[in-house]
Design a protein around this ligand. Structure first.
Ligand SMILES: Cc1cc2nc3c(=O)[nH]c(=O)nc-3n(C[C@H](O)[C@H](O)[C@H](O)COP(=O)(O)OP(=O)(O)OC[C@H]3O[C@@H](n4cnc5c(N)ncnc54)[C@H](O)[C@@H]3O)c2cc1C
Length: 331
């Protein structure tokens, strides 16, 4: 049985791989390049503690996604031989004043594991400022992944199972069993009346070539964070602009991020970044991912993962595949 997927970002590709494993004939159509949008831009933090502050269904999905990410990466690597930079490196979260310290110590949702860390202990692990840090906390389970590696491996894994991936092939309307995985653009497809609105949330990232292992953990302060790839490339982010469609780099936003980077990691990031880029996170009108079947139609929605689409790709693919199999039967 044939299933079409609109969108070849990390969400569409993960679903394509799982559906092909379940025996479906899968065609993925992308309006542009494979993994050329948010899934190319994303930093790759796998960090439920920084993103989810209250218990909810999606907090638990995030926790589960993190717990299962290592297996997902291992299965992809075994299937394809494509190396994936994935490390459970832990996150250090910093507070610079009493109010921030109090926020750090609020009860955390189930499944989020936090440890105390002294400020001097924190300085031992990461090049944080020598003064001004009020408190540090440690989230040992959190991880990083290079989303571009994951997408490359997914394309290879899909190829091995006969999935057809078509670039520059925009889906205008849904015909036959279809999964909508077109990120910020999902609402532009005809026939989705009543589905939550999709919209872009633009974000900039700064990239610095640094010495390998000069930043072992993720370091986080509110919505600012730094993480390092295996080769030393260090990423600092980010900002948010809702409903902005262009991906132009805006100099004043880069300056604001540079100042925040300098405050967080002065010994590592006290210089101009080597690379700067921006991408469009997929927001949703209901403030959470839209991962569901449309009643009465062979139509599934998988968009709106906002800041956590890299993290939730594995669980989203499972949810959609289970629903497709329950509806259409085995492929
Ligand atoms: C600056 C930044 C930092 C981020 N950091 C993280 C992070 O650290 N951790 C994390 O988990 N997430 C992060 N994210 C979010 C993450 O990147 C996204 O949630 C995720 O990539 C969404 O994947 P997607 O496949 O839904 O969307 P996309 O990757 O945007 O893919 C959607 C695809 O659909 C295609 N398309 C659009 N319209 C159509 C159509 N009509 N027909 C066919 N194809 C269509 C597009 O061309 C595109 O390729 C970040 C995002 C940004 C921008």
């Amino acid at each position: 049985m044939r299933v079409e997927i609109a969108g070849a970002g990390i969400i569409g590709l993960s679903i394509a791989w799982r559906l092909a494993q379940a025996g479906y004939q899968v065609v993925v159509r992308d309006a542009g390049r494979v993994a050329g949008e948010s899934s190319w831009a994303g930093a790759g933090m796998l960090t439920p503690a920084g993103e989810f502050h209250e218990d909810s269904r999606w907090t638990q999905v995030a926790v589960q996604s993190l717990a299962e990410y290592g297996e997902f990466v291992e299965e992809l690597t075994l299937a394809t031989g494509v190396p994936i930079d994935f490390r459970v490196c832990g996150t250090m979260e910093l507070a610079f004043n009493d109010a921030e310290k109090e926020a750090l110590d609020q009860p955390r949702p189930d499944g989020i594991y936090m440890e105390e860390l002294t400020v001097s202990g924190a300085r031992y692990f990461a090049p944080i400022p020598t003064s001004g840090v009020r408190a540090a906390r440690w989230f040992p389970n959190e991880a990083v992944v290079d989303p571009r590696n994951v997408c490359e491996a997914l394309v290879a894994a899909c190829g091995k199972l006969g999935v057809e991936i078509r670039e520059n092939d925009r889906v205008e309307r849904c015909e036959g069993p279809t999964v909508i995985a077109s990120g910020a653009w999902a609402s532009q497809i005809e026939g989705l009346n009543g589905a939550p609105r999709a919209f872009p949330v633009k974000g900039h990232l700064l990239g610095y070539h640094c010495k390998k292992e000069s930043l072992p953990p993720i370091v986080r302060h509110g919505h600012h964070y730094a993480l390092q790839r295996e080769n030393g490339f260090t990423i600092f982010g980010s900002d948010e602009q809702r409903d902005v469609w262009d991906k132009e780099v805006e100099p004043e936003r880069v300056e604001a991020l540079k100042a925040a980077a300098l405050m967080l990691l002065p010994r590592l990031l006290n210089r101009d970044p080597d690379l700067v880029w921006a991408g469009l996170r997929p927001g949703s009108g209901i403030g959470e991912p839209v991962v569901e079947k449309v009643e009465g139609k062979d139509l599934w929605l998988a968009y709106g993962h906002f800041r956590n689409g890299i993290l939730m790709a594995n669980t989203t693919a499972r949810m959609i595949t289970e629903s497709v199999v329950a509806t259409l039967g085995k492929g």
